[in-house]
Design a binder for this molecule. Structure first.
Ligand SMILES: [Zn+2]
Length: 172
């Protein structure tokens, strides 16, 4: 079970294991901000600790040396989430099931967040090696590197949303 670690300023810092979070609490370096429901963990000595889902450091730390939550590596699965599983051609109601390179690979287009969108199979096959401008198509929105994309971090937990909404390091 992973735990969101906040800086003393309540900015999200990183994600740690629950064991690490409890160690930080027991040694007085962090306090619990939110418990994970009513869950507790028992030490071998029989002591009970509430299981945290969000903890906060007692002292401010600088970001140097901390493992940051990074924007997600580009993948079709991650792109599907960014694009809401929808074909990104304006007005198309179909599901996006293929990855289209806006500037085609044959024209040196990169496989990147900025150059790829989801398209339905029909639009993708019509587009082929053409540019959007050659077809008169527009996109629902300009593709960007997802900001605040902790949603794609495998350890992401919905309960963290309120802490991550404040920005902090997520997606930086
Ligand atoms: Zn389409």
């Amino acid at each position: 079970m992973s735990v969101l670690l906040l800086n003393a300023s309540y900015e999200p810092l990183t994600v740690v294991s629950w064991k690490r979070a409890i160690t930080l609490m027991v040694t007085g370096r962090a306090e619990m901000v939110e418990q994970d429901g009513n869950r507790v963990v028992r030490s071998s000595g029989g002591a009970e600790f509430p299981l945290p889902q969000v903890v906060r450091l007692m002292r401010m730390v600088s970001f140097a040396g901390m493992r940051r939550i990074r924007p997600p590596r580009f993948s079709k699965a991650a792109l599907s989430i960014r694009d809401g599983r929808q074909c990104q051609v304006s007005g198309c109601p179909d599901r996006g099931t293929t990855v289209d390179h806006i500037v085609p690979r044959s024209r040196d287009g990169a496989t990147s967040w900025e150059n790829c969108v989801l398209m339905c199979a029909r639009h993708n096959s019509v587009k082929g090696n053409k540019l959007l401008s050659e077809l008169g198509w527009t996109l629902r929105s300009t593709p960007t590197v997802p900001a605040g994309t902790i949603m794609l971090v495998p350890a992401y937990r919905a309960e963290w949303a309120q802490w991550l909404a404040t920005g902090g390091l997520v997606g930086s």
